[in-house]
Design a protein around this ligand. Structure first.
Ligand SMILES: O=C(O)CCC(=O)C(=O)O
Length: 251
């Protein structure tokens, strides 16, 4: 359960880190299962394209940069399906968006050592727009993510501006001259930590310059009453992981 201070921090800053939600043994089991997902289902050439890469990477880094990703892998693994409905996550999310919580999607972002691709500054609203505020993205950290691994970075309070127009050349991203990683707060995290953020919080991450993998799993949750208007999984109802879907509300 979140404290009043944690809730206030989330709504004011647009993000929050909750430490050690999962213990080392559990994270090891989740990591082992991810290895299977990785080998069997993942896209090993998944990095985002677009003109932003000229600002973030040298020519050499552009050639080497790599990302391994997969959407909705909880559909392929019973263990990860259980994680998506784990009360430690869903109750924290419920503290922010209310008693009824629907899973919207899961995504793995795995940055390989030394060459793990950066993400340009963006809002997730540009990928799956919703009408209201009752949507929380959560990042479950499978590996430690120190600053040098290309941990997640946020522009504090940026969610208060609402949805911003994105450049749609390649993956949606914000203008690189106005929205800079250099101005963002780095949220380094340990394995088992959960980082939550608002759909309109501007965020991105840098190249993985460490010698270790940086794997995070994003689990997106919404109130079933928060209508999606565009983007990924539009019109697809997700499983209720807490509470109930009231009759007549749109997914
Ligand atoms: O994995 C990362 O470093 C970036 C994550 C991100 O941009 C997102 O989850 O929307």
């Amino acid at each position: 359960m979140l404290t009043p201070l944690q809730k206030a921090f989330f709504w004011d800053q647009g993000y929050l880190r909750v430490e050690k939600l999962f213990g080392p043994k559990e994270i090891q089991a989740l990591s082992d299962e991810l290895d299977w997902v990785f080998e069997t289902w993942a896209d090993h050439n998944a990095q985002w394209q677009g003109p932003w890469r000229d600002q973030y990477l040298t020519e050499e880094q552009k050639k080497a940069a790599k990302l391994v990703a997969i959407n909705d892998f909880h559909l392929h693994s019973a263990l990860w399906n259980r994680v998506a409905a784990d009360p430690r996550i869903t109750e924290v999310v419920s503290d922010l968006i209310g008693p009824d919580v629907e899973l919207h999607h899961t995504t793995l972002h795995a940055k390989p050592p030394a060459v793990g691709s950066p993400f340009p500054m963006h809002q997730d609203h540009a990928f799956y727009a919703h009408e209201g505020h009752a949507y929380v993205d959560t990042l479950l950290h499978i590996d430690p993510a120190p600053v040098e691994s290309g941990c997640i970075q946020f522009l504090p309070g940026s969610h208060k501006a609402g949805a911003l127009p994105h450049i749609l050349d390649g993956a949606p991203h914000l203008p690189t001259d106005r929205y800079r990683l250099a101005d963002a707060v780095s949220v380094a995290a340990g394995a088992g930590d959960l980082v939550l953020f608002h759909l309109c919080t501007v965020h991105g991450s840098d190249l993985n310059r460490s010698g270790q993998w940086r794997r995070i799993v994003r689990l997106g949750y919404r109130s079933p009453a928060n209508r999606q208007t565009a983007g990924y999984a539009l019109g697809r109802p997700g499983p209720m992981v807490l509470g109930r879907r009231p009759k007549g509300v749109a997914s």
